[in-house]
Each structure stands twice: as structure tokens, then as C-alpha cells.
Design a protein around this ligand. Structure first.
Ligand SMILES: [Zn+2]
Length: 197
């Protein structure tokens, strides 16, 4: 008896595991579902191959502008404001291009409905050390410190979370934002009281 019950159990779980057929939608009921390439998580299939999700480091603002100029699709941001601010001391304005990060930033700009002033974007290793950044700071790839001037800080943080910014650092005058695998948030020195009001 036990054996039969076990087999039934197995069959049932097997049935549950089967993928369900996709229900036809109101529009285009007879269209086959679009085939997605699983390892490329880009959102808009109408975009060309050059617009696929990508992340790479450019060694200077000029190099990044040359390479990306024709396919820059984030109207509220530019390479220069997201590049390293060491002003030639350690690099030529290194810039870390990450399309998903930019999509999140543009979405946040739309949600906020007003300018996001970037105090700090990418930092080259030496500049990160010079400004006292954490050795493994996300700024060494791409993170932004957004000025809180003219923003409701709590509202901005809430919207940033909704736009995929999983790393948030709360400072007195800025909000640090990055996208990390394991969400984290923290207060910078002396900022906790300000964020509690
Ligand atoms: Zn630099």
C-alpha cells in the first residue's frame, strides 16, 4: 500500500513540476511567445545588439564619449558627470559604463521629477583612496552620491529602492546609491539624526 501512495505522490509532484502552457493574451492571441535568450537579461528586444546590457570600464571621458556617443539613451545624464573626479591627478576621467545602472538612474530621475545632482560617480582606485572611500567601494565600478538639496530624502531613498538600488548610504547631504547582489544600507558618520527626522 505504502508503495502505491508513494508512487501517486511522485506522480503528482511530477505533474506539478510540468510547465503550464502560456495562456493566450488579449492581443496577438495567435502569436507564439517571443523567444528570450536566457543569458542576456536585456529588457527591450527592439533594441539593437549594441544596446544589450553591458558593463565596461573606459579609461577616459573622451574614449567613453567616442564609443558611446551615438547610442547614449539616458537623456538626463552624461559621461562627464559620472566619470572619476580626480581631475587628471590619477586618471584621465575613467568612466564605468553599466547600462542597467543607467536605466535605474534614469528611472529614478523620472520618478523624482527633478534633477539628480551627482556629487560622485566612478572613482579610480587612487581617487577612491584619496577621498577615504572603502577599499571595496562600489564607486570603483559605478555608484553615485546624489545631492539631497531640493529632495525629500526619505522619498528619494524609497524611490531609489523601487528603481533597483540595493545599496544605500545615508549621509547628511547626499544619498549614496549602488546596485549590489546583497542589499545593504548604512548611515555615514553624523547622519543618523538627520535621517530620523
Ligand atoms: Zn581618477
Amino acid at each position: 500500500m505504502g508503495g502505491v501512495a508513494d508512487r501517486r505522490q511522485t506522480q503528482r509532484s511530477h505533474q506539478l513540476a510540468k510547465p503550464r502552457p502560456i495562456a493566450p493574451t488579449a492581443q496577438g492571441t495567435d502569436k507564439k511567445p517571443q523567444k528570450l535568450i536566457p543569458h542576456l537579461p536585456f529588457a527591450d528586444q527592439s533594441l539593437g545588439w549594441r544596446d544589450w546590457v553591458c558593463a565596461m570600464l573606459y579609461l577616459s571621458i573622451a574614449a567613453a564619449q567616442r564609443a558611446l556617443g551615438g547610442r547614449w539613451r539616458w537623456p538626463h545624464f552624461c559621461v562627464a558627470e559620472l566619470a572619476c573626479r580626480c581631475a587628471g591627478r590619477f586618471c584621465a576621467g575613467a568612466y564605468y559604463h553599466d547600462t542597467e545602472f543607467l536605466d535605474g538612474l534614469e528611472a529614478l530621475r523620472r520618478a523624482a521629477g527633478r534633477a539628480l545632482v551627482i556629487n560622485s560617480g566612478h572613482r579610480c582606485d587612487q581617487w577612491n583612496a584619496a577621498v577615504g572611500g572603502a577599499p571595496l567601494s562600489e564607486h570603483k565600478r559605478i555608484a553615485v552620491d546624489v545631492s539631497l538639496v531640493a529632495h525629500d530624502r526619505h522619498e528619494l531613498a524609497r524611490m531609489a529602492a523601487a528603481c533597483g538600488f540595493t545599496g544605500q548610504g545615508f549621509a547628511r547631504t547626499f544619498l549614496h546609491l549602488d546596485r549590489r547582489a546583497r542589499p545593504a544600507s548604512w548611515f555615514y558618520k553624523g547622519a543618523r539624526e538627520r535621517w530620523q527626522t
